[in-house]
Design a protein around this ligand. Structure first.
Ligand code: SF4
Ligand code: SF4
Length: 171
């Protein structure tokens, strides 16, 4: 360790310089320094990765085929699921012969990396710009299909987030 590192002063001045730079930029731009959250929310970047959605196809059928690739790709081991066979009577509910009867994401484990989205061959899972709700007990952070699958009448538009590969997988 050099003498400069031992006395910390250069690091402290560097940190103060960054703080000062941001303070000046905020004043010059006239941007609000604080937001009255949750009434006013700070604009989020287009690539923001928030709460997941399990998509339905154009006929309203669940796209997920319970292949498990998202769970394998997940570095946080946050995804679990149970696969089931679709019956003849369920053809209007599930797109593929196999579907997830249970699909859960532990939002406390999730690091919102997007690997599940990348891994999915069925364009079934996407991260969205929605925030995960605040909860007061740990169990409530395990999101099941009731929270993850999009509602038939409240579709979530993810077209802006899709890569060309994902757009082709949708067809
Ligand atoms: S966003 Fe990342 S951490 Fe979260 S469930 Fe998907 S793969 Fe796992
Ligand atoms: S979300 Fe996609 S990757 Fe995950 S189990 Fe369903 S089809 Fe497979």
């Amino acid at each position: 360790m050099t003498l400069a590192e031992k006395i910390y002063l250069p690091a402290i001045f560097t940190g103060m310089g960054i703080t000062f730079k941001h303070a000046v930029r905020t004043v010059l731009k006239g941007a609000p320094a604080v937001y009255a959250y949750p009434e006013v929310q700070k604009p989020r970047a287009e690539i923001w990765r928030g709460q997941h959605v399990l998509k339905r196809d154009e006929e309203g059928r669940e796209r997920c085929t319970a292949c498990g690739l998202c769970a394998v790709a997940c570095p946080a081991e946050a995804i679990t699921m149970t696969a089931a066979e679709r019956t003849k009577e369920e053809k209007h509910l599930y797109r593929e012969e196999k579907y997830a009867s249970v699909y859960e994401i532990n939002m406390l484990r999730c690091i919102f990396c997007g690997m599940c989205e990348e891994a999915c061959p069925k364009s079934a899972i996407y991260l969205t710009d929605r925030l995960v709700d605040v909860e007061t007990n740990r169990g409530s952070f395990i999101y099941g299909k009731d929270k993850l699958v999009e509602k038939i009448n409240e579709r979530i538009d993810i077209t802006e987030r899709q890569s060309e590969k994902q757009k082709n997988a949708v067809k």
